[in-house]
Design a protein around this ligand. Structure first.
Ligand code: ZN
Length: 202
C-alpha cells in the first residue's frame, strides 16, 4: 500500500488576508466556544516605549525647532548649529528626544558639510532607513529608542570607518563626561581642566 497521506494536514483556514485589523478585543463576545488562546508573537519591534507620546507631548518637550527635526524628519540649515565645528572630546552626544547615548565624543569630526559629523555610532542605538526623497537614495538614521530622526549616514567619511554620520545638531545634546561617575576615589588627582591639545586659535 502506498501511504497516500492526503488529508494529514488541513491547516485551519486562517488565511484571512493580510489586512486583519487587530481590534482590541471589544466585539468578540458572542462565540465562546473557540477561545483564541494562541499567544501571537506579534511584538511590534518598531514601536519602542518612548514613542508612546502624543504630538502635543513631543512638541511641548522638544519645542518647535527640535520637533521639526526629530519628529518630522526636518533638516536644519548647514553651519547653523554650533556642534558642526565641535572637535572630538571626552563627552558624548545623546538623543535630544529620549536621552539615549548615540555617539561618543571621540567619534566626532569636523566636516565641511556644515553639520555635526561622526564616524561611528554607539552600537545598537541607530536605526537605518532607506530614504528616497528628493530624488536621492540615502540612508536615514533614526534613534532606535524613540524613533527620532537624526540625519543620514554616508560612506564618504574621512576616517578608517569610511562613514560619515551627518546629524542635525538640534537632534542631539552634548553631555560632558562626568568625572565622579567614572573614577572611584582611589587616586587623589586634582582635576585640573587643562586644554589637552594646543590648537591654533581660529
Ligand atoms: Zn531617541
Amino acid at each position: 500500500m502506498h501511504a497516500d497521506a492526503t488529508n494529514a494536514t488541513a491547516p485551519a483556514a486562517a488565511a484571512a488576508s493580510n489586512a486583519t485589523p487587530v481590534a482590541a478585543s471589544a466585539t468578540a463576545s458572542t462565540t465562546t466556544s473557540e477561545k483564541p488562546a494562541m499567544n501571537t508573537p506579534d511584538a511590534p519591534k518598531t514601536t519602542p516605549v518612548a514613542m508612546n507620546k502624543t504630538k502635543d507631548e513631543w512638541l511641548k518637550q522638544l519645542g518647535p525647532a527640535k520637533y521639526r527635526i526629530l519628529r518630522e524628519a526636518g533638516t536644519e540649515r548647514a553651519f547653523s548649529h554650533e556642534f558642526w565645528k565641535k572637535e572630538p572630546s571626552d563627552g558624548s552626544y545623546r538623543c535630544a528626544g529620549c536621552g539615549t547615548k548615540l555617539f561618543e565624543g571621540t567619534s566626532k569630526f569636523v566636516s565641511e558639510c556644515g553639520w555635526p559629523a561622526f564616524d561611528k555610532a554607539v552600537p545598537g542605538t541607530i536605526k537605518y532607513v532607506e530614504d528616497r526623497t528628493y530624488g536621492m537614495v540615502r540612508t536615514e538614521v533614526r534613534c532606535t529608542a524613540c524613533d527620532g530622526h537624526l540625519g543620514h549616514v554616508f560612506d564618504d567619511g574621512p576616517t578608517d570607518t569610511g562613514q560619515r554620520y551627518c546629524i542635525n545638531g538640534l537632534s542631539i545634546d552634548y553631555a560632558e563626561k562626568s568625572p565622579q561617575a567614572e573614577t572611584p576615589a582611589a587616586s587623589p588627582q586634582p582635576a585640573s581642566p587643562q586644554p589637552a591639545s594646543p590648537k591654533p586659535a581660529p
